[in-house]
Write a protein that binds this ligand. Structure first.
Ligand code: FRU
Length: 524
């Protein structure tokens, strides 16, 4: 019998030294100390801690031996890694899923005095398991606040005899007739979201399905469904359905789309303004001619970059809106990104709310960042005319921290160019074309791009300026660029493996361009 590494989890040495090329280890973005990760799983705020479980190979930095890794944070910014929470077994990989607090012990997996946290995950069965080839939904429970987990003896609890039924997201639904558990998962190949209902997390009844719809260029994975306040009808809610897909994302490879609509306890119905078939759904209305060629398809995208996938939300997070977290990589090249011994990290957490636009309700996302501290401001400027051919220098990227750049520019008629991580030869280049109404990020010559033929890329997002001012909120970490614009309506996330050593930033505009305000902060 082949050796099963899942049996060796107890012998893992979590204290191994940090990576070679430490300049690539992000400061603000979660990475596992010395192993592979992909999708965030089981996101939940419980007893003052944010729990981040994640798809993890505890034995290496490529995909395999899928288990749930674990980290916690008090602020969504600083994370502490813990031992593997739910390990794989011979014949059973632990794929993506979610976690809930079963406060009333409906599952009977805890007691009234000690109600359990319950994880609902996909068992991906392989030989020699009798269900080899199937994906079905299973439970594990924790009675110590999410640190140690026991697999339920009656697993799986939901089996459709399917090979592609996965990624359950469970939420508690309020209902006048009694609260219930709602499970949202996918039939990945069919591009369908499937909804089930339960009273006790063990017995599930089918409710409805949704899809295929809008982006269907790849398998549907990692769905999420949650209510948010309706900005147009105070006191009422609308529902957001997230569907990640691979490939077929807006920037190529894996990406995330969403729908806004209603959920009546049985069925999700998207708003007309959310659906491709009903006309333009981009936040900015119809896409300009030729824009489809650059990936500006008419769907609602969570992120226009290459590196934001498997985005799902935290259960029970305090504060306004819904807190989202994605995996900051792309299945096109995730296994080859040049880091060691860890590989892949998470995006920054993003707080999402619904906003009204002329084309319908849309998600606005803002990064969750460290609290301001004294002395972190690196640069401020206001009212600076930008001269063509004379780039305005921004504070250089601090080697030991992340950096936030907030700027407001009146671009004039010509293209505006912001060079980031500039070592004199290579840079990640943000451009804004007022003529086309398009924001782009070009990482083709941004540093190490040769490790995979699909990595060198240019990403585009439609971006019109209602008041003629381009506002960008950019977070640079050691290996990434995250851009938030149009008050969070447009988000773009890309990995960038810049060269080692000092890197600069600069802004250049054409005739008439004015830098109205600039704030550069150090984040750590
Ligand atoms: C998405 C995904 C999920 C699956 C997991 C396996 O990235 O393919 O559908 O549960 O990764 O690691």
């Amino acid at each position: 019998m082949p050796h099963n590494p899942c049996a060796d989890l107890d012998t893992l040495d979590l204290t191994r030294v940090r990576a070679a090329a430490p300049e690539r280890r992000p400061v603000l973005h979660y990475t596992a100390e010395k192993s592979w990760l992909n999708d965030p799983n089981g996101l939940i705020f419980h007893h003052g801690l944010y729990h981040l479980y994640y798809q993890n190979n505890p034995f290496g930095n490529v995909w395999g031996n899928m288990s749930w890794g674990h980290a916690t944070s008090v602020d969504l910014v600083h994370w502490e890694e813990h031992p593997v929470a739910i390990p794989c077994e011979e014949g059973e990989a632990i794929f993506s899923g979610s976690a809930v607090f079963d406060a009333r012990n409906t599952s009977g997996l805890g007691t009234e005095e000690q109600p359990p946290l319950v994880a609902v995950y996909t068992s991906a069965y392989a030989a020699p398991h009798p269900l080899a080839g199937r994906q079905a939904q299973s439970l594990a429970y924790s009675l110590d606040g999410g640190f140690t987990w026991t697999k339920f003896a009656g697993n799986p609890v939901l089996d459709r005899a399917s090979s592609d039924f996965r990624d359950p997201k469970v939420i508690r639904c309020q209902d006048p007739a009694g609260d219930f558990w709602l499970l949202v998962a996918v039939e990945a190949q069919e591009k369908k979201v499937v909804l089930y209902r339960s009273e006790n997390l063990r017995d599930w009844g089918f409710l409805s399905d949704f899809g295929p719809a809008n982006a269907i260029g790849g398998v549907w994975e990692c769905p999420d469904l949650f209510p948010l306040p309706d900005p147009e009808r105070p006191g009422r809610e609308k529902w957001v359905l997230i569907v990640n897909l691979n490939p077929g994302g807006v920037a190529g490879g894996s990406g995330g789309q969403y729908f806004v609509g209603d959920f009546d306890g049985t069925r999700f119905t998207p708003d007309a303004g959310s659906l491709l078939s009903d006309g333009p759904v981009d936040a900015d209305g119809p896409v300009p001619p030729g824009a489809e060629d650059r990936g500006l398809a008419n769907c609602l995208w969570l992120d226009h970059g290459r590196d934001c996938y498997a985005t799902v939300s935290f259960d029970s997070a305090p504060g306004e809106g819904r807190v989202l977290l994605g995996w900051m990589s792309n299945w096109d090249y995730a296994g080859q990104t040049p880091t060691d011994p860890w590989r892949s990290g998470m995006t920054l957490a993003r707080r999402a709310t619904l906003v009204a636009t002329p084309h319908g309700l849309r998600l606005a996302q803002h990064p969750v960042l460290p609290e301001p501290r004294d002395g972190r401001r690196l640069q401020e400027a206001a009212g600076i005319p930008l001269e063509p051919g004379a780039p305005f220098a921004l504070a250089p990227f601090p080697e030991d921290a992340a950096q936030r750049i907030r700027l407001a520019v009146r671009p004039g008629a010509e293209t505006l160019t912001l060079r980031l991580f500039d070592d004199g030869e290579r840079a990640a280049v943000v451009r804004y074309s007022p003529e086309e109404g398009v924001l782009s990020l070009d990482r083709r010559r941004s540093g190490d791009v040769a490790f995979h033929e699909k990595f060198a890329s240019v990403e585009h997002a439609r971006l019109t300026l209602p008041d003629g001012v381009l506002r960008l909120d950019i977070v640079l970490d050691r290996g990434s660029v995250e851009i938030f614009s149009r008050d969070g309506l447009v988000v773009l996330t890309d990995l960038v493996f810049r060269g080692a050593g000092q890197v600069e930033a600069s802004l250049e505009g054409g005739a008439g361009a004015v830098l109205e305000s600039l704030e550069v902060d150090r984040l750590s």
